[in-house]
Write a protein that binds this ligand. Structure first.
Ligand SMILES: Cc1cc2nc3c(=O)[nH]c(=O)nc-3n(C[C@H](O)[C@H](O)[C@H](O)COP(=O)(O)OP(=O)(O)OC[C@H]3O[C@@H](n4cnc5c(N)ncnc54)[C@H](O)[C@@H]3O)c2cc1C
Ligand SMILES: *[C@@H]1O[C@H](CO)[C@@H](O)[C@H](O)[C@H]1NC(C)=O
Ligand SMILES: *[C@@H]1O[C@H](CO)[C@@H](O)[C@H](O)[C@H]1NC(C)=O
Length: 561
């Protein structure tokens, strides 16, 4: 089927053609007419574009990085300022230090990307960052590397090691052609997606139009459940394998999440992360962009002036308020969580999108996961990664509170490691396991003690760090260090509920005002937010290039005189 070209994507093509044309004409212009410029004209050409980017996550860092690249290529002077309210670069990709040891960072937000994520892969290479396999730390000492738990039993188990073809054969034996059909469906979806990086789809002023013309709207307008059914993928494989993946990646079941994001969950080839933390990609992008990066600086208001510039008020270190004027503003993060006052309001205000509240609990413990908790016989080996799904007879439909009887989305064993020397004498001897749990609610102490099979009596043997807390509301903080040697809890507005839809938030919110996070209702990943940033950079440049054309035309006519 040939893609439908909409007028909007045509406008994108025209923009690119214009860019090429302008670039060529600039070249020949500078070669053929080397006449001295008058001072006012020099001034006009030297006007530095003042750009503000709000947010130093994947989207904001990519905006700055690609804007600098494009602007340098076209020799357009630009001054980029990036405001970030946190004390670190990376936004939702960030690490915390195991045992507070800077030598042992762990991802607490976005942890993996895959080989089709070309912006991230290219950037990591060009910044010489080391990539490691997503599962490189897993001890692989259990019989099963992966298990899918429905709250009362494992419905799917995958052995550690073993031969690739044996695993494939077992899958086919159990699910028939469903795994292969899924693989093919995923590949054709990915191919449509990859078009969005290239002319004539890129840059896209309208994500809705790009989704339509690339054909991806076919997978966003249906739920994952519908999309899989329409493509002949069995209900059993969908629930036991694919839904386990949409739950660990997005905290959503197949009757809620749309088909495109479902396919993203199945595109796992070459899953990697950056040694030491993915945020380093974004730090390096900002360095390369030569932007003024203002950390610990929250943008409070963005005010549009009569001459279409913007005055940005920003609060540094929670005390010093400053104002600066910019010609272009990029809001590079969900506007609904930004607490920015816009005056006057946008011509077009992005919708409030419901986001998943995700609790991430990281902890280290000398204990293994309890076979009893998972209703296995004593001494049985528990899978190292536990994903979850719903039991066959429970249909929660599109409910947002869809975790079901399992009570959590996933538990992963990240690594098996010795505590640092300085701590060893205080902790239980021997290696400790490091776990990561995704859940819709905080883990309470009772669940933790069941999960690790700790005798209730020993649980709080140091009196509990919270002292007098009532038994029922004890948390991980109350558990004795003998059992939990280190922990970290974080609640995120992690990603939107990805309801089926065919239109997406606009990239341009008003004159010289840009927005990246409309992308998140389409595909919510580091890579796609980076693409959104790159797209905004290209659109900005195509606007500047057309301004240049007007200036050049008037100049040429003077020369002819
Ligand atoms: C637990 C978790 C796991 C995930 N796993 C993966 C994964 O494995 N792979 C993957 O690709 N993606 C994953 N994601 C999704 C991914 O993290 C996001 O899609 C991506 O990082 C978002 O980037 P962003 O730049 O658009 O937004 P953000 O990273 O949220 O950046 C926005 C920034 O703007 C700043 N900001 C907001 N308001 C203001 C203001 N008023 N003034 C100044 N600064 C402001 C914020 O502090 C923030 O740093 C995961 C997300 C979570 C939470
Ligand atoms: C760049 O922007 C900053 C505001 O962040 C401003 O203070 C500085 O003067 C600007 N520099 C130039 C060369 O325009
Ligand atoms: C370890 O224990 C000693 C004494 O028991 C104490 O002084 C020290 O603070 C403890 N160290 C840590 C890191 O908890």
């Amino acid at each position: 089927m040939s893609p439908v070209r909409t007028p909007l994507s045509l406008r994108g093509c025209v923009g690119i053609l214009l860019l090429c044309f302008l670039w060529l004409s600039q070249l020949s212009f500078s070669q053929e007419f080397q006449v001295p410029l008058k001072s006012e004209e020099i001034e006009a050409q030297d006007t530095v574009k003042q750009v503000a980017v709000i947010g130093a996550g994947a989207a904001g860092s990519s905006t700055a990085y690609y804007l600098r690249k494009y602007a340098d290529y076209f020799s357009i002077p630009v001054n980029i300022t990036v405001f970030e309210q946190s004390s670190y670069v990376g936004g939702r990709s960030t690490t915390v230090n195991l045992w507070d040891d800077p030598a042992s960072p762990i991802e607490v937000g976005a942890s993996i990307f895959v080989n089709i994520n070309q912006n991230l892969i290219k950037a990591a290479k060009s910044f010489k960052l080391d990539l490691k396999d997503a599962d490189s730390g897993v001890p692989r000492e259990a019989v099963h590397g992966l298990g899918v738990w429905d709250g009362s039993k494992f419905v799917f188990l995958q052995r550690n090691g073993g031969f690739y073809w044996v695993n494939v054969f077992k899958l086919l034996w159990r699910y028939g052609w469903a795994p292969i059909r899924t693989q093919n469906l995923m590949k054709s979806t990915v191919n449509k997606f990859l078009k969005m990086y290239r002319w004539p789809y890129f840059p896209f002023r309208s994500l809705s139009a790009a989704a339509m013309s690339s054909g991806l709207v076919e997978s966003t307008w249906a739920t994952g459940a519908e999309f899989l059914r329409e493509n002949g993928i069995s209900e059993e494989f969908s629930r036991e394998v694919i839904q386990a993946s949409t739950r660990v990646n997005y905290g959503q079941n197949l009757p809620l999440i749309h088909g495109l994001e479902t396919m993203v969950c199945m595109a796992t080839d070459g899953a990697v992360s950056v040694e030491g933390g993915n945020w380093q990609i974004f730090r390096s992008m900002l360095d390369a962009s030569r932007a003024n990066v203002k950390l610990d600086t929250r943008v409070t208001t963005v005010q549009r002036n009569k001459d279409d510039t913007y005055t940005i008020s920003h609060l540094a270190d929670q005390k010093a308020m400053h104002k600066d004027v910019f010609e272009h503003v990029v809001v590079a993060g969900p506007v609904q969580f930004s607490n920015i006052q816009f005056s006057p309001a946008f011509e077009h205000i992005p919708d409030n999108v419901p986001y998943v509240k995700l609790h991430v609990t990281l902890f280290a413990s000398p204990h293994k996961l309890s076979p009893k908790f998972f209703r296995l016989s004593p001494g049985a080996s528990v899978p190292e990664t536990i994903l979850t799904t719903l039991p066959a007879d429970l249909d929660l439909g599109a409910r947002r509170d869809g975790v079901g009887p399992a009570g959590f989305w996933s538990i992963s064993t990240l690594q098996k490691t010795m505590p640092p020397l300085s701590m060893r004498h205080n902790l239980t001897a021997g290696p400790h396991y490091v776990y990561k749990v995704f859940s819709p609610n905080p883990l309470d102490a009772t669940t933790l003690s069941d999960l690790l099979d700790i005798e209730q009596i020993e649980l709080f043997d140091n009196g509990g760090r919270n002292g007098m807390t009532a038994e029922a509301s004890k948390t991980i903080a109350d558990v004795s260090t003998a059992h939990i040697s280190w922990w970290h809890e974080k609640t995120w507005n992690s990603y939107p509920y990805l309801y089926p839809r065919v239109t997406f938030e606009d990239v341009k919110l008003g004159k010289n005002m840009w927005y990246t996070s409309g992308m998140e209702s389409f595909i919510s990943t580091m890579e796609t937010n980076s693409l959104a940033g790159m797209n905004v950079a290209a659109l900005m440049l195509s606007e500047w290039a057309s301004e240049f054309e007007i200036k050049m035309k008037s100049f040429e006519s003077k020369v002819e005189l």
